[in-house]
Ligand binder design. Structure first.
Ligand code: HEC
Ligand code: HEC
Ligand code: HEC
Ligand code: HEC
Ligand code: HEC
Length: 175
């Protein structure tokens, strides 16, 4: 009985919270883009040189995590391409030492939330719907709040999708 009441209170609070979340506030102040150990530009790679997102983020259509490419992927080109440039020499140093590049994470969901790239990518949701026009960004940054209201507003709009119906079940998104 006590437990049932506790659950009800959580749900009631969340319902109010969801309402508040879904109203069209101007974007909450998102973190500014971090300064990365190597100034990697998506504009140069995914824009100007049209390298596919999945060439580097090869987990995105196969697993929950999109993954950041290991330095070996970079060296496939940079053993030759722009090898004389200081930033490529820095890159090569990580490679020869066998050290991973300490990239700073841009998007971070709280621990209690489950997210799955594969499910979204397989359902045809474009990277840009969630991450914005990354191919135009010299420095990648977060453009959507990643708040519950943001997730829910898309899920709500696609509940009756004939091929990829979404869900509003709490346990689908929460541990
Ligand atoms: C040549 C490899 C490469 C390609 C191609 C590439 N990325 Fe990336 N991506 C990276 C690296 C390296 C990082 C980590 C450094 C950074 O944040 O800039 C990154 C970071 C990101 C992040 C931020 C990750 C975080 O920490 O939250 C997103 C989102 C992203 N990429 C999306 C994309 C999308 C969308 C495309 C295609 C339009 C794409 N990337 C193409 C290498 C690549
Ligand atoms: C439905 C929204 C959505 C779509 C579509 C999406 N992402 Fe993400 N992405 C997220 C969220 C949310 C996170 C943060 C995940 C976390 O903190 O656990 C994230 C994190 C990332 C990261 C950081 C590493 C990781 O896996 O946590 C990369 C890189 C990334 N996304 C790339 C991509 C690429 C490339 C595509 C398209 C192939 C894509 N994403 C499609 C929402 C999305
Ligand atoms: C498929 C080939 C390819 C891959 C893979 C690739 N790059 Fe590049 N990268 C390029 C090209 C092409 C340029 C533009 C070179 C130029 O303008 O002279 C470039 C430019 C750069 C530059 C700017 C160099 C300068 O100072 O002018 C940096 C830094 C860089 N890449 C880092 C990376 C990192 C880090 C990775 C791995 C996450 C990576 N690249 C993966 C092809 C690639
Ligand atoms: C732009 C639309 C969109 C956004 C934004 C979005 N989703 Fe989804 N979500 C989908 C679609 C489409 C599916 C696939 C449904 C299917 O495969 O039937 C899905 C599926 C899922 C699933 C798998 C459901 C299952 O039954 O296992 C989870 C978990 C999920 N989303 C969590 C999230 C979270 C957490 C966020 C916010 C951080 C989010 N989604 C944001 C459209 C979206
Ligand atoms: C589509 C995915 C999704 C669904 C479905 C979902 N949530 Fe969430 N929820 C999130 C995300 C993402 C966050 C973390 C971001 C935030 O705090 O808004 C969150 C945060 C929360 C929080 C913490 C808020 C805070 O301020 O820390 C509570 C409580 C919560 N959800 C309860 C619920 C309940 C109850 C349900 C079912 C009625 C539900 N959620 C359904 C994605 C979802």
């Amino acid at each position: 009985m006590k437990r049932a009441l506790a659950v009800l209170i959580v749900i009631a609070t969340a319902a109010v919270a969801t309402q508040a979340f879904t109203q069209n506030f101007p974007l909450p102040s998102l973190k500014p883009a971090p300064t990365q150990p190597i100034p990697f530009s998506h504009k140069i790679h995914a824009g100007d040189n049209k390298i596919e997102c999945l060439y580097c983020h090869f987990g995105a259509d196969k697993s929950p995590v999109a993954n950041i490419p290991p330095v070996e992927v970079c060296m496939g080109c940079h053993k030759i391409v722009a090898a004389d440039k200081p930033n490529i020499q820095k890159l090569t140093e990580y490679y020869t030492k066998g050290e991973p590049i300490p990239w700073i994470q841009v998007h971070v969901l709280p621990q209690h939330v489950k997210f799955n790239h594969k499910r979204h990518v397989k359902a045809g949701v474009a990277c840009q719907e969630c991450h914005g026009p990354v191919q135009e960004m010299a420095v990648v940054r977060q453009v959507n709040s990643l708040k519950m209201g943001w997730c829910i507003s898309c899920h709500r709009a696609r509940l009756d999708d004939p091929k990829f119906p979404t869900t509003m079940d709490c346990v689908v998104c929460h541990h």
